[in-house]
Every structure is written in C-alpha cells, then in structure tokens.
Design a protein around this ligand. Sequence first.
Ligand code: FMN
Length: 210
Amino acid sequence: MRDYLRRLPVFAGDLPSFDPAAAPPQPHTLFVEWLMAAVDAGVREPHAMTLSTAGPHARVLILKNVGESGWQFAAHAASPKGQELARDSAVALTFYWSLQGRQIRVRGHAHPEPAATSAADFLARPEGSRAEASLGCQSRPLTDRATLDRAVTEAGRRIAADPAFVVPEWTLYTVAAEEVEFWQADKQRKHTRLRYTRGPGGWTRTLLWP
Ligand SMILES: Cc1cc2nc3c(=O)[nH]c(=O)nc-3n(C[C@H](O)[C@H](O)[C@H](O)COP(=O)(O)O)c2cc1C
C-alpha cells in the first residue's frame, strides 16, 4: 500500500497563481475571491468544509455564508458537534480545493446567532431538509433503515401540515476568525502561504515558510 500511495500524483494539472503582495486587507475578501475562482475552475462543493472542534472531532459541513463578521454554518444544537460547541467554542475550519491545490484554514470561536436568525436559516431550507433536521437524533445509533424511513415520513407530514414550524435547537453559528491562512500549492514545492492575524488595530498579513 505504501508504494501505491507514493505513486499517486499530488498537485497534478494546472495550478493558479497567487500573489500575496496583491492580497486584500481583509481575509474574507480573499476567501470570496478564491471561492468564486474554485467555482469557475469546476471544483465540486467548494462550500464544503471540515469543522474541527475541541473534542477533538472533525466533520464536513456546508458553509452557509461568509462576510466581515465571519464564516457561518448551521447545525442541530443537540448533535455531538452542537454539544461540543456549547462546552468549548474554539474551532477550526478547513477548505481544500484539490483542482487548484488550494487550502484555507480558519481559526476562531463559533458563536450561536440569535433564535430569529437561526429560525430564518431553518425556514430557508427545502422541506425534505427541514424534515430531516427536525428528527433531532443525529449521530445516535439507528436500529434499522425502516425506523429512519418511518421517522422521516412522519416528520415530513408534520412539516407539510405546519410550514412555519421551526426546530428550536436549529442553530446558525458564526465563526469569528482570529487567524486565516491561504495556502497555494506549487509544483516545485515552493508553496505560498499567507496568514492573516486579527489584532486590536485590524488584520496583519504574514508570509509563512512552506
Ligand atoms: C459534503 C457534506 C456536507 C455536510 N453538510 C452538513 C451540514 O451542513 N450540517 C450537518 O449537520 N451535517 C452535515 N454533514 C454531515 C456531517 O459531516 C456529520 O456527519 C454530521 O453533522 C454529524 O456530526 P456530529 O456527530 O459531529 O454532530 C455533511 C457531510 C458532508 C460529506
């Protein structure tokens, strides 16, 4: 297996350029530039990211929004990740877009948004997703698929009968970033790394050794 893995290519294909000297002052601006470039390059699900919590545990989630206040994701507060976040809000987010050899790492704290904002996020989900999210059993042991099918059907009926129904535990979290690192692969392994660090006076940018 070791030889097989060693022969697998890394950073194959054309890689985009990245000039850190031209990077914008705010990391979310560069993040959006890279996200759009990933979409244009044909990266599938570029808005899928790994959320690491202090467990340590890590799992993939969908990015719901990004802006000056931070990176947002949504989850059921009673899920393992929700319980971990209630205990310790320190998180890391990792994006990896292999087509472009790009990685983005975000470190910060995840804060729950007010109930009304979380409810609006829940109501914007398609009916099937709302039904699934209302089960509230995520990551618990499941006896069999038939039990899941019954629960989803029942939840679907409930949502259809009351389209304004909101799961009270549904939570939109905002990760207020303290550090954001942009990593661009280079075929000669002279990778480019630019780290943004938040300080009292705003963001500072630092180049890092690869
Ligand atoms: C591409 C992808 C997107 C996902 N998006 C979400 C999501 O937005 N919210 C969510 O709760 N789980 C999502 N999941 C499932 C999570 O990875 C995870 O299995 C689930 O949230 C349970 O995690 P926990 O036990 O740590 O709470 C996604 C999985 C994948 C592969």
